[in-house]
Ligand binder design. Structure first.
Ligand code: WTA
Length: 696
């Protein structure tokens, strides 16, 4: 998808006005700062750390690490000896020291136009303190893990920051994941409490979140893990639980967020009745009314855990990526400030869900650390119509806008007319994340959405990296459509060949990093061995991203996509092994192999080959059952687009499935390359004949 070579005249610059007053105004300045950041990282990051409050100072090196498995355990430590609190830094400091109490932290925009809420920094701090006290009242202590399974509402931010305030570790599970996935994550990190909501609407579709949460709690119990408490936010209707309860919680006025809460009640959609188990379920609002809004932050050590976030692993079992306090806080704050060139009067909008790392770093922590005003959007880009994004941009005068290539490609299909209905003249910087952006989508974003004025920051990073690692800076970096350009400060990339040699100049190979930056993950929760073997074993001395990368003659980096068994569907990473094991979990399936097939909007779609057990006939009913099976095991994002009956799979003589061949069959490419190692090459022709042409 990405062109091999960008012609010289394909280099773009943002409008001149972006440069005046920019934090990093020129490419020369970027290069100078970059050199300082890699030559003396302790000084560079030490200066950044001065922006924050430290209860005690660090002693020794700013960053200490070992990236080489042959020299001992892998570790990364930032600011050892220092103590602080993230919540204090992103809220109290803004309210008290920077006098930003009345500044808007979030403009919440609901799924339904007109459903909205404005929350200032002071209101957010009050709610967070209150909810921190709620967590304490439920027995949550420093170091305990708390699972959060919520829609995109302000209370999700409140819940995560309340955890951070008391030193508890949040583990947010995207609300699009299934009950099974939620259960797996709760058990893996041994969470003591779950926070969820009654439900929410995505467009016209009602998601009964509480039913899924209940199912997950039951599944945990079946596995011998008992979760004692579930706090339920009545988001769809404050009345919902009371009307359907055997023992209703007392109704009391809620001081927080209440005056603006009238918009919360859905008028156009039915409100579901949610089941309520008084032994486990506790009402968010009721608990909030029982506690004070004063809560002293828990002072934590720099390397204490802040959160766990699961990401797909190539073996199928998700990995609990662990981030710790100080390094993550400094890194997300610095990247947010410099990559979006944040200014105090900006209105920033990141369309990601907080259930993914983009939402953690660039809706909650990075923007709040900078005292930014953000839009927090619950809905979809196409609801109630395909102009919604631009309508919101005009409504709030959004100046910095951050979204995913899949959303851009989706909206591109409808042409420029829905975009041009709105002015968008407030926009200054556009950003993208999640997958390589194809140059056509880049051009459309640049010319149609940004009226050729706004630079595009194509930010490459991962759940594991905590924040942006390869990215343009809006005023400084000349852009090439589809290239994530150059490393962020402190990040030292290299491209390796198969034998682990560093390639110089124009080259293509494995993208790796040679030294840590403060925000890099510290471990896989509960499994340090898996952390070492996944990221550090293949090439000792380097952090291995799992992505391929090309460097062009101008030194620009171009991410070429995953080179492991991972798929990127609409910017979400899925492991083929995870989908395969969901399929094989069905009694009719003997074997399954899943590959990606290029998709014009999603980037990749899921193409599944299934070999059925003897005597089972492939038909539409079975196909529907298999799709349901995957949806229920993983979540709607993993629903297969194609399922093909494969009487046999192409295997080498040693029995290894040749996925390369399956990928070609899925996309209908006849040029198979060398298939001499196949045990039985007639299988291939058979599969070509039965291939699925369009998604059903
Ligand atoms: C891909 C998302 C190209 C990449 C923040 C990476 C990208 C994976 C880009 C991480 C980009 C993300 N250009 N590829 N700008 N951004 N990726 O953990 O394959 O959900 O390894 O983190 O997304 O996905 P994750």
């Amino acid at each position: 998808m990405i062109p091999d070579k960008a012609p010289k005249d394909d280099v773009f610059h943002g409008a001149e006005e972006i440069r005046s007053g920019a934090h990093v105004p020129t490419f020369e300045k970027y290069k100078e700062m970059y050199m300082q950041s890699v030559q003396d990282p302790d000084k560079f990051w030490g200066d950044m750390a001065k922006e924050f409050f430290w209860k005690t100072k660090h002693n020794g090196r700013f960053l200490d690490y070992n990236f080489d498995v042959t020299k001992g355990d892998i570790f990364i430590k930032c600011m050892e000896g220092a103590s602080t609190n993230v919540c204090y830094n992103v809220l109290d400091r803004n309210v008290h020291d920077r006098k930003l109490g009345d500044k808007v932290a979030f403009f919440w925009e609901g799924n339904e136009p007109g459903d909205e809420l404005t929350v200032t920094y002071r209101e957010l701090l009050n709610s967070v303190c209150r909810f921190a006290n709620v967590l304490k009242s439920q027995g949550v202590k420093k170091g305990d893990r708390v699972a959060i399974y919520m829609p995109m509402v302000v209370e999700l931010v409140v819940a995560m920051l309340a955890c951070a305030r008391i030193g508890a570790v949040h583990s947010i599970v995207f609300a699009g994941f299934s009950a099974e996935s939620l259960c797996e994550r709760i058990v893996d990190s041994q969470c003591s409490l779950l926070i969820t909501a009654d439900g929410f609407y995505r467009g016209d579709k009602l998601i009964n979140l509480k039913l899924l949460a209940d199912e997950a709690v039951q599944k945990c119990r079946d596995k011998g893990f008992s979760l004692e408490t579930c706090i339920v936010l009545k988001h769809l209707s404050k009345e919902a639980p009371e009307t359907s309860l055997s023992s209703p919680p007392a109704k009391r006025p809620c001081p927080d967020l209440q005056e603006t809460e009238t918009g919360r009640v859905r008028k156009t959609h039915p409100v579901p009745q949610v089941p309520w188990n008084p032994k486990v379920d506790k009402c968010w609002h009721t608990l909030m009314c029982e506690v004070s809004d004063e809560c002293e932050p828990e002072w934590c050590a720099s390397e204490d855990p802040l959160f766990i976030l699961y990401t797909s692993g190539s073996t199928g079992k998700p990995k609990g990526v662990l981030h710790t306090i100080s390094g993550y806080m400094i890194y997300t704050a610095a990247t947010f400030k410099l990559v979006f060139d944040h200014r105090p009067d900006d209105i920033y909008w990141c369309t990601a869900d907080i259930g993914w790392i983009t939402g953690h770093s660039y809706i909650t922590y990075g923007p709040l650390a900078n005292g930014a005003t953000s839009v927090l959007f619950e809905g979809l880009p196409t609801y109630p119509d395909v102009s919604r994004m631009w309508q919101i941009v005009d409504k709030y005068h959004v100046s910095k806008f951050y979204t995913a290539p899949t959303a851009i490609r989706l909206l591109m299909k409808y042409g420029s007319e829905p975009v041009h209905k709105y002015k968008r003249d407030s926009l200054k910087v556009l950003g993208t994340v999640g997958e390589p952006i194809n140059p056509e989508a880049w051009q459309w974003y640049f010319t149609v959405v940004g009226d050729s004025r706004c630079p595009i920051v194509d930010t490459f990073w991962q759940t594991e990296t905590g924040g942006h690692v390869m990215t343009p800076l809006p005023a400084a970096t000349p852009m090439k459509p589809g290239s994530a350009t150059f490393p962020f400060f402190g990040v030292v990339p290299a491209i390796l060949n198969e034998s682990g040699e560093e390639l110089e100049g124009t080259s293509e190979g494995y993208l790796v990093f040679k030294q840590p930056w403060p925000g890099v993950m510290r471990t896989v929760y509960g499994n340090h061995g898996r952390f070492e073997s996944t990221y550090f074993k293949k090439f000792p001395g380097y952090y291995v991203t799992g992505d391929g990368c090309r460097r062009d003659e101008d030194g620009y980096y171009w991410i070429t996509g995953r080179i492991d068994d991972m798929l990127n569907v609409s910017g979400h990473l899925l492991s083929t092994a995870e989908v395969e094991s969901a399929l094989v979990g069905h009694e009719a399936v003997a074997e399954a192999a899943v590959v990606g097939r290029p998709h014009p909007v999603k980037g990749e779609s899921l193409y599944c080959f299934v070999t059925l057990c003897d005597g089972v006939i492939f038909n539409r009913t079975l196909e529907a059952q298999l799709k349901k099976q995957v949806r229920e095991k993983i979540g709607a994002i993993a629903t297969p687009d194609f399922i093909q009956d494969a009487p046999a799979l192409p295997k080498t003589r040693s029995g290894k499935i040749m996925r390369r061949v399956l990928r070609k069959i899925a996309s209908g490419e006849r040029d198979l390359g060398d298939i001499s190692t196949l045990a039985d090459s007639s299988v291939v022709e058979q599969l070509f004949q039965n291939r699925c042409c369009s998604a059903v």
